[in-house]
Design a protein around this ligand. Structure first.
Ligand code: D5M
Ligand code: FE
Ligand code: ZN
Length: 501
């Protein structure tokens, strides 16, 4: 049993000192207690990797790391027993008339141009290349980079910026990266004995733009450094309100968790939860929805068998009814996902009004593209559904749907939301590549994987908001275990996870 405790912490990459270990062992349900500490630590986003007795004391006394709340008090309000009275309209109570400083920073809905011709590919990739090259170029170490066709046969130090055409391994298990710029192609060798560099090179994906510093030997560049566009650390902005993040509600599906969603609505209206939770709710000004609001129609074969609402209009009517219960002094920002009624190719324009008339009638709803960037009282929020996570999880060793925070960090470092072209993520080859992460947001909000994740990276809150859908047949096949009805909240700048299951 005690070994199990150690094993749990080891698996979570957390160390425990002797005294803390003795304390944990003394708890009645020591294994569950260990689990809850690990969960809390992971969600806290704190960089704690060793648990000392002091940290444990603080945890027990002040619940300091416990930013996780369960709001599932069935005895207090049980929707199955009291269906009709469950949602109490409370809008009058909260119509405080507080001012909003909301604006849309990037919405590609109206800026989406493509003629669908082959030459668009060239224009699209040129746009991607030049945007990311500009970011790389601003980094001191690549200022004097050279176009590929200007590189001589033998040079001691060369710097290049290129788009990755292909990644392959040699017979001796070194890595070869074929890089391309406007002037030509070149092969870069990454030696496997350069362990650190080789490990980083395992995360290189097709079609991303990188910088290489190395030397020229014959036809090859021998890399000594790999430079990502990267993320400069940002200062955290003060925040005197709360913002709530959800995604993948999948209304219309037989696996949509209606009871939990009702509890969530009751909470956000200030009608449900303990004093602390109600206090958080009362501070909520914004609710952001990062796609898959409804389950859609014809998204996968035989979907109709798993639908309770079998037409798309009906699904959005139900979504409008539910979101319409939310007090109107909360602004609801809605971006589409791959299940919504919008062009599938990314950037996706906002949900189509013709399919979601009733949703558009909500006075407090705002519709943006996927990806989209909004400012919530000065907190810049990049919303991206997360379709490219499927490609990233497939392509990069060690990446999976379970840890989308690792994927989010990698996308930020690559400064592109969907670097891999031509796999599962349909990308529109437009004149401009809107998937480049030009500016660093304060919040990066994603969904799609149906598994919550949170990490702070260089000052950016990276949030994956999980789902309100229980495990589907598809997810059973792929062994995807969703985290259901767990809602991330940024409460005056600190992260909380509220559970409604
Ligand atoms: O995605 C629901 C879940 O299924 C989420 O965990 C991603 C996963 N998913 C969806 N499509 C794919 C493909 N094509 N490959 C691998 N994994 C996938 P949702 O968008 O809600 O259907
Ligand atoms: Fe989804
Ligand atoms: Zn999705």
């Amino acid at each position: 049993m005690s070994d199990d405790i150690i094993l749990k912490f080891t698996n979570a990459n957390i160390l425990v000192n002797d005294k803390a270990y003795e304390r944990i062992k003394k708890e009645d349900n020591s294994l569950e207690f260990a689990d809850s500490i690990i969960d809390d630590l992971i969600y806290s986003g704190e960089d704690i990797f060793i648990i000392t007795e002091e940290i444990l004391d603080n945890y027990l006394e002040n619940n300091d790391l416990s930013n996780i709340s369960n709001i599932s008090n069935e005895t207090e309000l049980n929707p199955s027993k009291n269906e009709e009275n469950f949602i109490k309209p409370s809008q009058s109570q909260f119509n405080t008339g507080r001012p909003f400083d909301f604006h849309v920073i990037q919405d590609t809905s109206k800026k989406s141009y493509t003629s669908g011709e082959i030459k668009d590919f060239t224009t699209y990739f040129n746009s991607r290349f030049s945007k990311i090259k500009d970011i790389l170029n601003k980094r001191g170490e690549l200022k004097d980079y050279k176009p590929i066709n200007k590189i001589r046969k033998s040079e001691d130090v060369i710097k290049i910026i290129g788009m990755v055409n292909e990644v392959s391994n040699t017979k001796n298990n070194h890595k070869i990266i074929e890089l391309e710029d406007e002037t030509g192609n070149i092969n870069v060798l990454i030696h496997n004995e350069n362990h650190q560099l080789f490990e980083r090179s395992e995360k290189i994906v097709k079609d991303e733009v990188i910088g290489i510093i190395g030397s020229k030997k014959g036809s090859l560049v021998i890399a000594s450094e790999l430079v990502n566009p990267g993320v400069p650390r940002i200062d955290e902005k003060p925040m005197d309100f709360s913002a709530v993040f959800i995604s993948d509600v999948h209304i219309g599906s037989s696996t949509f968790l209606g009871d939990a969603f009702n509890r969530f609505i009751n909470w956000i209206n200030g009608d449900f939860g303990d004093d602390n939770q109600v206090e958080i709710a009362n501070n909520v000004k914004y609710l952001v929805i990062a796609g898959d609001l409804v389950d859609g129609i014809g998204i996968y074969p035989h979907q109709e068998k798993e639908l309770t609402i079998k037409d798309i209009y009906g699904q959005y009517d139900e979504a409008a009814r539910l979101l319409g219960e939310i007090r109107t002094d909360i602004k609801i920002i809605i971006a589409p996902g791959n299940h919504d009624a919008a062009r599938l190719a990314e950037p996706q324009p906002a949900i189509s009004q013709s399919y979601a008339e009733s949703l558009y009638e909500l006075k407090n709803a705002e519709f943006v593209s996927n990806p989209g960037i909004v400012s919530l009282d000065g907190i810049n929020t990049l919303i991206y559904h997360g379709r490219s996570f499927d490609d990233m999880a497939m392509s990069i060793k060690g990446f999976s749907h379970q840890q989308s925070d690792l994927i989010m960090r990698e996308l930020m470092e690559k400064r592109h939301l969907a670097p891999i072209y031509g796999e599962r993520t349909p990308l529109a080859s437009e004149y401009e590549d809107h998937m480049v992460i030009k500016d660093i947001p304060d919040v990066f909000h994603t969904g799609h994987v149906h598994i919550n994740a949170y990490k702070k990276h260089k000052g950016v809150h990276m949030i994956n908001s999980g789902t309100f859908q229980s495990q589907t047949e598809f997810q059973k096949i792929y062994n995807i275990m969703p985290t259901c009805a767990e809602v991330p909240v940024l409460h005056k700048g600190s992260f909380k996870l509220l559970k409604f299951a």
